[in-house]
Write a protein that binds this ligand. Structure first.
Ligand code: BTN
Length: 327
C-alpha cells in the first residue's frame, strides 16, 4: 500500500487530497496518514495541508526498488530487487539467497557493506549512501568455463553507464574501471556449479560514486578515486545504477543468445587501459613483464612476454599492474 501511495504522489504533480486516496485505495484517512508518516521517516519530503491533502516535494537519495524502478528498462535483471540498509557483503548475501532459490536476475543493493570484498581476498571500501554496492544473481545454462566472461560483460556495462554521466573511463583487464588513472569501480564474480553446469553466478559490482577524498585512506588515495571527485559534482546514483543494469542486460542477452560477446569484447578492447602497454603480471609471488596484446574471444588476455613467447592469461589468480604503479 505504501508503494501505491508513493506512486500516486509521484504521478500527481500537485496536491492530492486524503479523501481521494481513501476512495482509490479503500482505506481510512488515518491509514493513509500512517503510510505518509512512514514515507517521511524514509526521507520523502511530503507537504501536508488540511485543505489540499498531500504533495511529494522530494525523494531521498536511496536505491530502494521504488526509487530505482523508474530508471529500469530491463526484462529480467532487477525484476526482483532486495534493498538492504547494511550488509557484510552483497555477494555473501547473494550466495545465501541463490542457494535458497532466488530467481534468475535478482539484484541485491545495499547502502553500505561492512565487509565488502574484492578479488584476491582484498577488502573493498563501501561507505553508506556514497556508492553503489550491488550483486546480480544469474543462472545461465552454460558450461562453468564460460562464467568468467561475465566479468567482461559487467566491466563493459560499467564503462557505458559511466559514459552516460559524461565521464570517460577505461577498463583495466580483468575487472577494474579506471578514470584518470585511478580505480572507480570493480567487479567480483562468484560461481556455484556442478561438473558441466552453472547453478548460479553472483556478479558483484562496486562503484565509488559520491565518495569524497577523506573517505579514502592515504594509501588508497594513490590508486582509487570516485566519480564525484573526478567530475567535481555529485552523481545521481539511481540513474547510474539503472543505466548499468540496463546495459548489463543488453550485453548479457547477446552472450546468452549467441554464446559469444562481440559487443562486450569490442568495448573492452576499444576502452582498455592496458592494451599495447608493458604490464607486470603478478601471480602469487611470481612477477613477469610483457606487453598486453589483445583480449581473446573467451575474455582472456593475450600477452607477449619479454622472451618473445605469446600466451593467454586467465584472470583467476593474476593481478595486473603498470610498470610504475597501478596502471
Ligand atoms: C575488486 O575490485 O577486486 C572487485 C570489487 C567488487 C566489489 C563489489 S561491491 C558489491 C559486491 N559485494 C562485495 O563484497 N564485493 C562486490
Amino acid at each position: 500500500m505504501k508503494e501505491q501511495i508513493l506512486k500516486i504522489l509521484r504521478e500527481t504533480n500537485d496536491f492530492i487530497s486524503g479523501e481521494v486516496m481513501c476512495e482509490v485505495f479503500g482505506i481510512t484517512r488515518s491509514a493513509i496518514w500512517k503510510h505518509i508518516k512512514t514515507l517521511k521517516e524514509e526521507g520523502y519530503e511530503i507537504e501536508s495541508s488540511t485543505k489540499k491533502g498531500y504533495k511529494l516535494k522530494s525523494a531521498p537519495d536511496t536505491l530502494s526498488f521504488a526509487e530505482l524502478s523508474p530508471y529500469l528498462k530491463t526484462k529480467l535483471i532487477g525484476k526482483k530487487v532486495l534493498y538492504l540498509d547494511t550488509v557484510d557483503s552483497t555477494n555473501n548475501y547473494g550466495k545465501i539467497i541463490a542457494l535458497d532459490g532466488a530467481p534468475d536476475g535478482t539484484v541485491i543493493v545495499s547502502e553500505e557493506q561492512t565487509s565488502g570484498r574484492g578479488r584476491l581476498e582484498r577488502n573493498f571500501l563501501s561507505p553508506k549512501y556514497k556508492g553503489i554496492w550491488t550483486s546480480i544473481i544469474v543462472r545461465p545454462s552454460l558450461e562453468p568455463i564460460m562464467a568468467g566472461r561475465l566479468t567482461q560483460i559487467a566491466a563493459a556495462a560499467l564503462h557505458l553507464a559511466i559514459k552516460e554521466q559524461n565521464i570517460i573511463s577505461q577498463i583495466k583487464w580483468p575487472n577494474d574501471i579506471v578514470v584518470n588513472g585511478k580505480k572507480v569501480a570493480g567487479v567480483l564474480i562468484e560461481l556455484n556449479c556442478e561438473l558441466s553446469e552453472i547453478k548460479y553466478v553472483v556478479v558483484g559490482v562496486g562503484i565509488n560514486v559520491n565518495l569524497d577524498k577523506e573517505d579514502f585512506s592515504n594509501e588508497l588515495q594513490e590508486k582509487a578515486t570516485s566519480l564525484k571527485i573526478e567530475k567535481e559534482e555529485s552523481i545521481n546514483r539511481k540513474q547510474l545504477l539503472g543505466d548499468f543494469l540496463n546495459y548489463f542486460e543488453k550485453l548479457y542477452d547477446e552472450f546468452i543468445e549467441t554464446e559469444e560477446m562481440p559487443t562486450t569484447l569490442q568495448l573492452c578492447k576499444d576502452n582498455s587501459a592496458i592494451l599495447g602497454k608493458e604490464i607486470k603480471i603478478i601471480n602469487r609471488e611470481k612477477e613477469e613483464i610483457g606487453v598486453a596484446l589483445d583480449i581473446a574471444p573467451d575474455g582472456n588476455l593475450v600477452v607477449k612476454y619479454n622472451d618473445g613467447k605469446i600466451k593467454k592469461i586467465f584472470s583467476g589468480e593474476v593481478s595486473v599492474r603498470g610498470l610504475n604503479g597501478y596502471i
